[in-house]
Design a protein around this ligand. Structure first.
Ligand SMILES: [Zn+2]
Length: 397
């Protein structure tokens, strides 16, 4: 099959080129001129980009609930899985063809991943962390299906092994407290200690995978980098020193900038949240904007991640992160696109077959009506989605 007449994103040049794009057996062929007799899909006037990669999602959470305290308390198990499947579909149709779920709920997200892989559900290619490894914390009752409480090296090892045994693709650890949490928990406080984080990294490496570290606190960021975690999630209180460490160790930052924006955009919604959580979100946006600008300037590898699943931060609205990186954080459109494609693939260890429209790569393509280097907001209007050579959305058809 050939996608004809569109402008095709060249990740190396950070610019579009014109040509017809060949797709065969789920992978990209060459860019050239489609033979007259070939099967073709008209892409005239559209701008084709590699499928986007969101490295921080939670498909099992319900983002319509402002006060997210044990949201599934009264739900049937099947309800959670169906909700997650619906969210997975929304991710794919908005242009996310690959996503990393960094905290599920009782492994429903892994069931959804399996269903997608088996062709029984529609969604992105999912990489799942299973449950998040957390110390005994005030927030575990908030997230009973999402947290695995572990204290000390042996419990961390056991917890990590348990996630892998349930089908996790990676391990997620809480190196610091969280924002959307109990009032007894501080985001700038340390949670898992270096020896515990190192134990998780050891188990992950034994199993050919990586650790994603939730880290707001400065010391938590430093601990996670030094222990060998592959990515820092959020990175709210990073300093020049920790940014330099990230560059030195090749650690990725997944900024999740849009969480505060998404939470606060509807004041009536924010008013329904727990007061201490609302207060924290109000401080967050300015902090994160500053952080993201400094990380960019320092040359930290930045991979796009939305944290969809947090209150008001809906699956299907993921592109707002990329748009905000440009509109509020000083990124060029090409830099923001890179974070959501090439760098995202690199974080996942898939730089050789994901994140680029290049010969031999998996054929994940999205299309938008305008040139995003001129108008980044066109990403909200994705009108075509192909994953591994199969069309899931084509508004022109
Ligand atoms: Zn998260």
């Amino acid at each position: 099959m050939w996608l004809t007449g569109g402008s095709i994103w060249d990740s190396h040049k950070g610019a579009f080129r014109s040509g017809d794009l060949h797709v065969e057996s789920g992978r990209f062929g060459s860019v050239g001129s489609a033979p007259r007799t070939a099967e073709r899909l008209e892409m005239d006037g559209l701008f084709l980009l590699p499928g986007f990669i969101d490295n921080h999602v939670h498909i099992t959470l319900d983002t319509g609930i402002a006060a997210g305290n044990n949201i599934w308390r009264d739900a049937l198990p099947g309800t959670i899985a169906l909700h997650a499947a619906w969210n997975a579909r929304r991710l794919l149709l908005c242009g996310i063809t690959t996503a990393r779920d960094v905290g599920g709920w009782d492994y429903h997200e892994i069931a959804v991943r399996e269903a997608i892989d088996a062709g029984k559900a529609i969604g992105p290619r999912l990489f799942c962390a299973g449950k998040i490894l957390s110390i005994t914390s005030a927030s575990s009752p908030f997230y009973p299906g999402m947290y695995e409480e572990v204290d000390g090296i042996e419990e961390v090892r056991k917890g990590a092994r348990k996630q892998l045994a349930r089908g996790a693709n990676l391990i997620k650890v809480l190196a610091s407290g969280a924002v959307n949490s109990s009032k007894y928990e501080r985001a700038d406080a340390i949670q898992l200690r270096p020896d515990e984080i190192a134990a998780a990294v050891e188990i992950a490496r034994d199993n050919f995978t990586h650790v994603a570290a939730h880290a707001h606190a400065t010391d938590a960021i430093r601990n996670a980098i030094i222990c060998g975690c592959r990515s820092i999630e959020h990175g709210t209180y990073a300093t020049d020193e920790t940014r330099a460490l990230m560059v030195e160790h090749g650690t990725f930052l997944v900024p999740t900038f849009c969480t505060a924006h998404a939470f606060l955009k509807d004041p009536a919604f924010a008013d329904r949240a727990l007061p201490h959580v609302r207060e924290r979100y109000m401080k967050l946006e300015a902090l994160r904007r500053e952080q993201l600008g400094k990380a960019r300037a320092a040359g930290v590898k930045i991979a796009m991640g939305t944290d969809v699943g947090t209150p008001g931060n809906h699956c299907g609205e993921n592109m707002q992160e990329v748009v905000l990186m440009v509109e509020k954080c000083g990124f060029s459109p090409a830099e923001a696109i890179r974070a959501a494609t090439v760098t995202g693939a690199d974080l996942l260890g898939r730089a050789d077959d994901l994140g680029q429209i290049a010969q031999g790569y998996l054929a994940d393509v999205i299309a938008v009506p305008e040139d995003p280097t001129q108008n980044i907001a066109t990403l909200h209007d994705v009108c075509f989605v192909m994953k591994e050579g199969r069309v899931f959305r084509n508004d022109r058809a």
